[in-house]
Design a protein around this ligand. Sequence first.
Ligand code: COA
Length: 154
Amino acid sequence: MELTSVAVPRTYRLRSEVLGWASPAIRIDAEAEHSALTDGEAVVAAVSHMSWPCPDEPGIPARYFWAMAVDTAYQRRGLGRRLLAAVADRARARDEQVMWADARESAVAFYLACGARVAGEPYVDDGTGLLVRHVVFTEISPACLSAGGSEATG
Ligand SMILES: CC(C)(COP(=O)(O)OP(=O)(O)OC[C@H]1O[C@@H](n2cnc3c(N)ncnc32)[C@H](O)[C@@H]1OP(=O)(O)O)[C@@H](O)C(=O)NCCC(=O)NCCS
């Protein structure tokens, strides 16, 4: 499994299937980076991320990530944790001390298992209509989240 940066269209099939996105193209910011794990040519896990302040940790440089998706056939094998580590690697490289996301309720336990805390109350996301809440990582040292691979371009 290779950790790589991908052009976002390569993640559309996965995200449509796993996240239920009807129109993936509308959810992408031009400044975002897209990290993925590939099995051969197939993108089997992906996350988008960019520098963006966290309302729960004001004044601290932060990285926001979204649309984390792991192919159902590959879940519970550590791929989600590897993607979080890739986001943490990028955050550290940019001197960001926090990373955070709007997590759907069904994924909150995953983020907690990986070291996040929840912040604030659940609310309905405008874009998806899903109930979400903030998950915040303030410990993003390599000891907390290990990427297990270096990021290449492709
Ligand atoms: C949530 C998701 C990204 C997790 O990815 P994954 O590759 O299956 O997770 P990992 O194997 O890396 O799991 C890391 C840890 O989280 C735990 N975990 C994973 N999914 C979990 C869940 N649904 N409930 C509780 N714990 C969970 C694992 O047991 C593991 O803990 P451990 O290291 O202590 O054993 C993946 O299941 C997914 O894509 N789900 C559907 C889409 C989604 O909800 N995306 C998030 C949008 S906010």
